[in-house]
Design a protein around this ligand. Structure first.
Ligand SMILES: C[S@@+](CC[C@H](N)C(=O)[O-])C[C@H]1O[C@@H](n2cnc3c(N)ncnc32)[C@H](O)[C@@H]1O
Length: 278
């Protein structure tokens, strides 16, 4: 039997995670009301599953597109150290307020004042307000055990004359925000630069995990998960797999796009792109 140096899972738990279809239905936790002002939050309990597979207890996780910290909170639940980078000061502020108010007790988030500190561990995750490319370039090589992240899903501005897309739009006013790239090709160039930095910061053999939705753009399906994986891979990664994630908790009524006229998808899944540093 090979010695498992990647995570603390049993063989059975490892095998279960290798399913390429991933269904979650995590109920909102105590921090949800704080975080929901950000339009693209990820459930910490589900993010904890990714963190649990790609790291060991005590290891260091980077989320360069941290939003209000869904992945950092997942890392927190699993006793990992984590750093998030977020360009928009509004989201950094939300996370820092949340951090002061909540702690971890029995593997759950609880309000710190309800427990008066007793048996309640403070949230240790660190959040930095910066553009991730600049932050990452300034960090020491091989200083992270995993990069797990949820970047903007392509560019968010709508070209004149085209109908709204199936996914919602959201971006900051900062020109360095990846969602503000002029074109999809420019966005993919930024993702390639991001991949180069991620490779430099990861220890050899460790993983870059990217949550990314596909889109329906200018009348055609845009397989963004595949395109992002292909943009990042040449930076020095093996593309190991893709999990199709269905988070049932966020299922909304379907929109009646082109019913009776032409097939237009209601995109309900997201991709989990799994790349291993060479
Ligand atoms: C899909 S959201 C992440 C949401 C996050 N997973 C959560 O649970 O809150 C992507 C985030 O990336 C941020 N972002 C975009 N470009 C960035 C950049 N260059 N550096 C750092 N953050 C960036 C956006 O402001 C946005 O909050």
């Amino acid at each position: 039997m090979v010695r498992n140096t990647l995570n603390d899972l049993s063989g059975r738990e490892w095998l279960f995670f290798t399913n390429t279809v991933w269904e979650t239905n995590a109920p909102p936790d105590r921090t949800h009301a704080f975080r929901k002002c950000h339009g693209a939050i990820k459930p910490p309990a589900a993010m904890a599953e990714l963190v649990r597979f790609f790291t060991r207890r005590g290891e260091r996780v980077l989320d360069p597109f941290a939003g209000v910290g869904g992945i950092l909170l997942g890392a927190e639940l699993e006793d990992r150290r984590s750093v998030g980078v977020e360009i928009d000061a509004r989201w950094v502020d939300v996370f820092n307020r949340l951090r002061r108010q909540f702690g971890v007790r029995d593997g759950m988030f609880v309000a710190r004042d309800e427990f008066d500190g007793a048996g309640c561990r403070p949230i240790g995750a660190e959040m930095v307000c910066a553009s991730c490319l600049e932050y990452m370039a300034a960090q020491e090589a091989e200083s992270f055990d995993a990069v797990i992240t949820d970047p903007p899903y392509g560019v968010q501005h709508k070209p004149k004359g085209f109908a709204a897309e199936t996914n919602f739009a959201m971006s900051s006013g900062d020109a360095r925000d990846f969602a503000n790239a002029a074109t999809f090709d420019d966005y993919l160039v930024l993702m390639r630069e991001f991949g180069e930095q991620a490779r430099r910061l990861l220890r050899p053999g460790r993983y870059l995990v990217i949550l990314i939705g596909d889109r329906y753009h200018q009348g055609e399906y845009l397989p963004l998960g595949v395109k992002v994986a292909e943009a990042v891979r040449p930076a020095g990664f093996e593309w190991k797999g893709l999990k199709v994630w269905w988070n049932k908790a966020t299922l909304r009524p379907f929109r009646p796009y082109a019913v009776g006229s032409c097939f237009v998808p209601n995109i309900t899944h997201q991709n989990v792109v799994i790349l291993r540093r060479k």
